[in-house]
Design a binder for this molecule. Sequence first.
Ligand code: BES
Ligand code: MN
Ligand code: ZN
Length: 522
Amino acid sequence: MATSIALTLFDTDPAELAVDAVVIGVHSPGDGGADGEPGELLLASGAESIAAAFDGKLGPTLALLGATGAAGEVTKLAALGAITAPLVVAVGLGPEPTGAAPAAETLRRAAGNAARALSGTAAVAFALPLSDDDSVPSTPSLRAVAEGAQLGAYRFAGYKSKPQPSRREPVGAISILVADAKDAAAAAELDRAAIVAAAVYRTRTWVNTPANELRPPVLADQIAVAATDAGLEVEVLDEKALREGGYGGILAVGEGSEAKPRLVRLAYRPAGVDDPVKIALIGKGITFDTGGVSIKPSQGMWEMKTDMAGAAAVASTMIAVAALKPGVAVDAYIPIAENMVSGSAYRPGDVVTMRGGKRVEVLNTDAEGRMILADAITRACEESPKYLLETSTLTGGQVIALGKKISGLMGTESLLARLKTAGDSVGEQAWPMPLPDDIRKTMESDVADILQVSAGMERSGHMLQGGIFLREFVADGVDWAHIDIAGPSFSSGEASGYLTKGGTGVPVRTLLALIDDVAENG
Ligand code: BES
Ligand code: MN
Ligand code: ZN
């Protein structure tokens, strides 16, 4: 499932490179100065030798073809012998930045747009404006181009029973123009980008896989096999082990399905680090969410095959961690269940005894994510992590409040600030949300320790109810965050930038950036 795209660096003349296409950047002109005439299209750095080969006609010709330099734009120009490659592809980078290079996210998206536009092309060279002194040090522009190009080239194999002649293969090989192709730091960035892209690919593919192909024991097995191959420590609790361990939340949700629930634990330990900082990752693995007895409307229910996006992201992040080898200890707990309707399904009104003994009164079987996550959080806290990061497609309220692109963050304030910074640095936006006391008050149960949702299934503060419920299970002193990815984990619209239609891989790159931050700063 890893990327099959060959990644290389080059520092030779892009005009003389034997590839199938060369990608250059173009900036939109400024406001044209005093005479009010629009300025000329600006070629970005990296394009100099190609511009020279076109005898000064490259900018005007691209403009003639409609290029304006706006971000998101892709303009193809046949080279007709002017350079070695047969095709020049100009990607819009917006106005020329005042600093040395465009923002990382601008480059990442432009590279993704180019890679998508070039499917069917075997070898592509990227000659985009890079800089060493990027304003966000954790995401140098080389990393952004390498990531964006690979992520844009993702394709889900799918299940068509006949070959599709019109369907073009993703880009096969990517090379990127740098100042010095032998530079060790640049090579390290490229290696990292390949590992990160493989993790995003793996997440997208799991998310895109239909629920009949990925029932709980199957997803648990696939994670176990991939994690074992990566050199991680792996433990899978089956139904019997879950019962012995008192995992009442995972069992209750899994009860309605013939495919029984699992809890996967993965562990990474750094070599040669005494007493490393410990991070726990938790991801929601509902392989399909019918809502259970509190059944969902059938319109759009198919999308609930993506309700294991948190599990997919956490498992893939762990596999990347095993390759990146940061100096921190990371444990993952991945609860997996199928939320079905049947004679054995759990009911509204049930009181469930969770791992650790807390009693939860269920009001809505469709709030199943928090039931399986609470058990996993309790288990994770038994190992006393310093940080606990949980991610889940938890609430439709996240999509209402923040939309399809911005994840909701709830938890310890200082950790949320770090997560938001990590997310911004990789182009995965997230926004901190509060956990108000008055909403906690609406979750008092008459018969148990806590209601699973607000009394009367009150919808107000919907996303926050999820965070408040999960907080009950986090041990004192653990810095924690809940990342609600209900919207951002899946892109139902058209592909754009480096996002392809379907699973997005959010929040894999945020988690990896935060792990780096902890490895560096504790
Ligand atoms: N998996 C859903 C949340 C979801 C909604 C994910 C849309 C992706 C897109 C979750 O299990 C759910 O059903 N949440 C309910 C909670 C409610 C019953 C308290 C919801 O959002 O309505
Ligand atoms: Mn649900
Ligand atoms: Zn769900």
